[in-house]
Design a protein around this ligand. Structure first.
Ligand code: PLP
Length: 490
């Protein structure tokens, strides 16, 4: 047997060793330093080698993975990794990925992978139900939220001006306008650029004191654009912004979109699955009024990357945006279920069996336990906010809406103040920036940064079923220790 085609015994031996590593890693995760002590030059030196002409045993490669790759990685599954919007990755999903790769199904169309396609459609239907949308919606998994947002905007553009797909943007007489809050994710700007709409036509709407889109201002901007011969066609509402977790006023925005004839897309990539948590459910009222919703199972369904998801109300709208008849993809099936092809609903042709890890995780854990885990994450973020409010050396910079918290340290000897001069504010910005770097270097807790109302914020996001209230206390202790070690004058 060759290295390309090992025997069953060889696969068993290699697989057992790999799975043994998975189990050991998951068990040890909490104790690992969560950021590696590496430099670009050292890593380059460690991995640089000419194209290997001869193969080497799997055991050697597993050892290199363990000793060099794992040791040179950030551990996103650590309970105090609070940076960005990052999931731990469930063990069952990791195993599902192994099974999916082994089956190597290609989910282009039903005829290419009948049962896997059915699993994707079933899993999408569970997600639709979790979000409270009516039966009849469609959906598909994507590489991530950015591609889900892109796909939705392509469909919105197509519904508004179908000729663009044939003749390009010359079919558009007036600039097409998209509206999103000033806090909305930049993947909308990227999609606008890629779709030929232009970033300048993404209109950023101001937010209120809770960092939610100001619906009155949205109406004003739409009216002003119409008066200036621009062409509004889409509004993107956020159901959990990336900086603070703010949920825009969805019912109000939906009413405006309906009245104005705009496609309503909701970016629920960070927040959407929090609808499973009883204490957050109410806040998502109105999400079911959207034309499309982007979600990220690789965020709050805790799955390993990559897996985004797009739900859409009207399968016809997406089907006509992406369908393309080519002889080599002709479908012979006449039964509607069997004639189904995912390539009609998104930009990808070859598609991985991403659905398996979603299906296995949801079926293995159950929606109730997932909701409880999300609820515990919300509780951790609220606990952090309470600790900060009760302290005299930290202050919150934004309300905790879901599981994101933005706050800052008040500096050596700093204290709360109702007003600060711009100079004092700048000093606090710089101090917190240094503190963040020290915290990340210390590798016991990890935060990322954000700008809230022009100020530098320490930003964290609880998105891990391993995180406890105690971890939030350790985070503040870690910050206090780093602050004590920092020279305030430096
Ligand atoms: C609100 C929001 N939208 C979109 C995205 C982009 O998702 P992805 O990184 O999966 O492309 C993110 C990522 O954090 C996000 O928080």
């Amino acid at each position: 047997m060759s290295a390309l085609d090992p025997t069953a015994a060889e696969i068993r031996a290699a697989g057992s060793a790999a799975v043994e590593w998975v189990a050991t890693y998951c068990e040890a995760l909490r104790e690992l330093p969560l950021y590696p002590d590496v430099s670009g030059a050292r890593l380059r030196e460690r991995f640089s080698e000419p194209l290997p002409q001869n193969g080497r045993p799997f055991d050697d490669l597993l050892a290199r993975f363990r000793d060099d790759i794992v040791a040179g990685s950030r551990h996103n599954g650590h309970p105090r990794f609070f940076g960005y919007v990052s999931a731990p990755g469930t063990a069952v999903a990791a195993l599902a990925d192994l099974l999916a790769s082994t089956l190597n199904a290609n989910l282009t169309a039903w005829r290419s992978a009948p049962a896997p396609v059915e699993i994707e459609r079933q899993t999408i239907d569970w997600i639709r139900e979790a979000l409270g949308c009516r039966p009849g919606w469609g959906g598909l998994f994507t590489s991530g939220g950015s591609l889900a947002n892109f796909t939705a905007l392509a469909a919105a553009r197509h519904r508004h001006c179908g000729a663009v797909n044939e003749t390009g943007m010359s079919a558009v007489a007036r600039p097409l306008r998209i509206y999103i809050s000033s806090e909305g994710h930049h993947s909308t700007d990227k999609a606008a650029a890629l779709l030929g709409l232009g970033r300048e036509n993404v209109v950023r709407i101001p937010v209120d004191g809770n960092l939610r889109l100001d619906a009155r201002e949205l109406e004003r901007r739409i009216a002003a654009d119409r008066a200036a011969a621009r062409d509004p066609f889409c509004v993107v509402a956020s159901a959990g912004t990336v900086v603070s977790g703010a949920i825009d006023p969805l019912p109000e925005i939906a009413a405006i979109a309906r009245r104005e004839g705009l496609w309503l897309h909701i970016d629920g990539c960070y927040g959407g699955f929090a609808r499973l948590a009883p204490s957050a459910r109410e806040r998502f009222a109105g999400i079911e009024l959207a034309d499309s919703i982007a979600l990220d199972p690789h965020k709050w369904l805790y799955l390993p990357a990559d897996c985004g998801c797009l739900l859409y109300r009207d399968p016809q709208a997406l089907g006509s945006a992406f369908a393309l008849g080519a002889d080599y993809t002709r479908i012979a099936q006449t039964d509607a279920r069997e004639a189904f092809a995912f390539w009609d609903y998104g930009p990808e042709l070859t598609r991985r069996f991403r659905a398996l890890k979603v299906w296995m995780t949801v079926a293995h854990v159950g929606a109730r336990a997932l909701g409880e885990a999300i609820e515990a994450n919300l509780d951790c973020a609220r606990h952090l906010a309470e600790l900060v409010a009760a302290s005299d050396d930290f202050e919150m910079l934004a309300p905790v809406e879901l599981s994101i918290f933005c706050f800052r340290h008040l500096g050596a000897g700093g204290r709360r103040a109702t007003t600060r001069s711009e100079d004092e504010e700048r000093r606090l910005d710089a101090w917190n920036e240094r503190l963040l770097a020290a915290l990340q270097h210390g590798a016991s807790s990890y935060l990322s940064n954000a700008t809230v109302a022009g100020r530098f914020a320490l930003r964290g996001c609880v998105l891990n079923y391993r995180t406890t209230r105690r971890d939030m206390e350790i985070l503040l202790d870690d910050l206090r220790r780093e602050a004590a070690n920092l020279n305030p004058e430096a």
